[in-house]
Ligand binder design. Structure first.
Ligand SMILES: [Zn+2]
Length: 287
């Protein structure tokens, strides 16, 4: 068999767009790739980043630069928390607290109690924590979960522990439909749920959990086994791209995806052996 035909028979798939007529040669997904036809002769089928094959370490680095630039530019500050009905008012209008309770809680906050309003009311005025969770759910227009209903089944380990512990949420369950139920304690971070959807490719449904159930779920989650995760700190976005590219070249993922989670860049790699690895990167100013 001619060498060219032999090579093409094992050419990687993801770079071939299904919507177009199949190309007869592999195409590097770095838009500035300068390698051209020479790459045809390489026996290099990985890495793949966001569905696109990369022909050389130089192209992997260039692609990482593009993706980090995209994430840096595309994600603004997390949510806007203004213009929400104050939770105290929700509790009051539902008749779940009295006027004087709200007054006492606000005074405690003015005096620097260091607690959130609802938390103080639960601790000091006997407010039921499930009612507080429902008031927060009304405030944020999101569902309230319960461990009984949403906490069963095998643990969800598709989100790195570093993110769930760092940002205060718990993946509760993965439903048979593929939906991941993600619990927050007092407010939903939609930029975070979107990042998880983009990286894992799964749909995420977010809700609140009453405080004690949230802590129980956190504790259970803490003892799960997770995919290997590395943390990288770099002095600039360009250096971070270089570090990410090195990992990709080493791990040779058959697919990988990246999203920004607040100030962190989360890269997930899937390898041919069926294993996954996460790299969490950040840009820090070394002084
Ligand atoms: Zn290339």
């Amino acid at each position: 068999m001619p060498l060219l035909a032999n090579h093409l028979s094992v050419a990687p798939g993801p770079h071939i767009s299904a919507g177009k007529r199949a190309r007869t040669f592999p195409q590097c997904s770095n838009p500035r790739c300068a390698s051209g036809w020479l790459q045809l002769w390489r026996k290099r089928r990985v890495p793949v980043v966001e569905g696109g094959w990369l022909c050389s370490p130089e192209c992997t680095r260039a692609r990482m630069e593009d993706l980090l630039g995209r994430e840096q530019a595309g994600v603004g500050p997390v949510g806007t928390y203004r213009h929400r009905v104050p939770v105290g008012l929700v509790l009051l209008t539902r008749g779940w607290i009295k006027h004087e309770h709200l007054r006492d809680a606000l005074e405690a906050q003015r005096n620097g109690c260091g607690m959130r309003l609802g938390e103080w009311l639960v601790a000091n005025r006997g407010l039921d924590e499930t009612r507080l969770a429902h008031a927060l759910g009304l405030q944020w227009s999101c569902p309230v979960f319960s461990l009984d209903k949403h906490g069963g089944g095998p643990p969800v380990t598709s989100v790195p522990r570093l993110l769930s512990e760092g940002f205060g949420f718990v993946p509760l369950r993965r439903a048979a439909s593929g939906i991941i139920y993600l619990a927050f304690e007092d407010r939903i971070d939609h930029s975070l749920t979107l990042a998880i959807e983009r990286v894992t490719g799964m749909r995420v449904e977010s809700g609140l959990l009453p405080a004690s159930e949230f802590r129980a779920a956190q504790e259970r989650h803490r003892h799960c086994r997770f995919a290997r995760a590395r943390v990288i700190e770099a002095g600039s976005l360009s250096l971070l791209a270089e570090a990410f590219a090195k990992h990709i070249e080493k791990q040779k993922p058959t697919e990988s995806r990246m999203a920004r989670v607040r100030g962190l860049f989360w890269l997930r790699m899937w390898r041919a052996a069926g294993t996954e690895e996460d790299v969490i990167g950040s840009v820090v100013r070394f002084s």
